[in-house]
Design a protein around this ligand. Structure first.
Ligand SMILES: O=P(O)(O)OC[C@H]1O[C@](O)(COP(=O)(O)O)[C@@H](O)[C@@H]1O
Length: 414
């Protein structure tokens, strides 16, 4: 950007790369119009009178997430607590989106860190921590939530090394408890690969009804909160994710209703409804998994993948492999285009896969299920039925288009 005082009088004949940003921008926009006149394009897309300078804002009426939620509350006043929870999550996601976009500029902030030799580890620690703080503040800002961030203390079997910054929030004046992964795939951010925030909302279990009455004196309150989220995904009242990629997209589903996607308009800094009732294609032509683990895979998954590669599966067409290595990115693509995403167990390095159930795959499985897809663990059946015993417990997972998952299930039966 060239400040107006330094702008050359004319950019004619100038190297386009040194021309002012606005003139380059106009040029790029006008390329977009093809054979149509800019006025015709304006009329079709922007409803801006041709006498006005081209506005790049789409002025079609859009439903913002805020309005969408307030409409739900108008219909159902009991949804007010859920509204305030989702509004605080959207506020945090906007901030995290900015943080992730600035990840590559971290050095400019003069930050020193002895772990920087391992860029992935440094990025993970810094962005995980920042995103956790942002979410915590946003949730507490409502005055309705308290949070704990359980570390290895509550999960003694967890690996000592990197542990995702899971956050558990309890709504003070309502029944909800929320589990959040502030930044899944944070190690990818410095390479500009997509990352995401994942969340799942449960109702607080009624201890007395369950015959497990506990008092604050018998069990530490934090521990009690941690125990309260150890529920199967089928109990969720809402779940979703915010994907930070070429666009920032917030996708969620509520107890009733479909799956909705809102895209962050960077100019308005508002999430606007872009995916009205997301439903996963019944069948896809892509499988998504980490092939580097294939030596340790069980025969069922190995044979299934082989049949897809050779075009010997039910569709008789060869499948493509797509694996970003960022769970939400891979599952979001599966949701839109169809196919199957999996992190199976392998005998060499990942006896239970590599993805945590409670705050990663369970909320994603809930969304996929609500969009008409299927999610299984390859052992007991539906992933939605599995109750985690520990916060950081991992589980194999297979999810995606119903026909693709069902085809794989036939290999399991064999
Ligand atoms: O490298 P692998 O074993 O394929 O694992 C990739 C998985 O790890 C993750 O990046 C999780 O990483 P984080 O621990 O940084 O959240 C997932 O998003 C992804 O699907």
């Amino acid at each position: 950007w060239i400040p107006s005082t330094n702008k050359p009088a004319s950019t004619a004949g100038q190297d386009p790369t040194t021309a002012s940003f606005s003139s380059r921008f106009d040029e790029l926009v006008s390329l977009d119009t093809g054979t149509e006149t800019p006025a015709a394009v304006d009329e079709r897309y922007y409803s801006v009178p041709p006498t006005q300078p081209q506005l790049l804002v789409n002025t079609k009426p859009r439903i913002t997430l805020t309005r969408f939620l307030s409409n739900i509350v108008k219909e159902d006043p009991e949804a007010r607590d859920m509204e305030s929870l989702l509004l605080s999550i959207q506020m945090a996601c906007k901030t995290i989106s900015n943080l992730v976009n600035r990840a590559g500029l971290a050095n400019d902030l003069g930050e020193q860190n002895s772990d920087y030799s391992d860029g992935r580890f440094y990025s993970m620690k810094r962005l995980d921590l920042l995103s956790t703080i942002v979410l915590k503040n946003a949730l507490q800002f409502t005055g309705k939530c308290e949070c704990v961030a359980p570390g290895p203390k509550v999960d003694t079997e967890s690996p000592a090394e990197h542990q995702p910054g899971v956050l558990i929030a309890s709504a003070l004046d309502s029944n909800y408890v929320t589990v959040l992964d502030p930044l899944d795939g944070s190690g990818n951010a410095d390479a500009s690969i997509c990352t995401a925030t994942v969340f799942g909302v449960f109702e607080q279990p009624n201890d007395e009804e369950d015959g497990e009455a506990t008092t604050a004196t018998s069990v530490d309150d934090n521990e009690k909160l941690v125990q309260s989220v150890l529920q199967p995904a089928k109990n969720m009242k809402a779940a979703g994710y915010c994907l930070y990629s070429s666009a920032t997209v917030l996708v969620f589903t509520l107890d009733q209703g479909g799956v909705y996607g809102f895209t962050l308009d960077p100019q308005l800094q508002e999430f606007v409804l872009t995916h009205r009732d997301l439903s996963i294609p019944k069948r896809g032509n892509v499988y998504s998994c980490n092939e580097a683990n294939s030596e340790g895979w069980a025969d069922d998954w190995k044979s299934y993948v082989k049949s897809l590669k050779l075009g010997q599966g039910e569709t008789k067409k060869p499948y493509a492999l797509r694996y970003v290595g960022s769970m939400v990115g891979d599952i979001h693509r599966t949701l839109l285009y169809g196919g199957i995403f999996a992190y199976p167990s392998d005998s060499l390095r990942h006896p239970d896969g590599n993805l945590q159930l409670l705050y990663k795959t369970a909320p994603m499985a809930y969304v996929v299920h609500r969009a008409g897809g299927k999610a299984i663990d390859g052992r007991t059946g539906s992933l939605l039925e599995v109750t985690p015993e520990r916060v950081h417990q991992k589980s194999p997972c297979f999810m995606g288009s119903p026909e693709d998952v069902e085809e794989f299930e036939k290999y399991l039966q064999q």
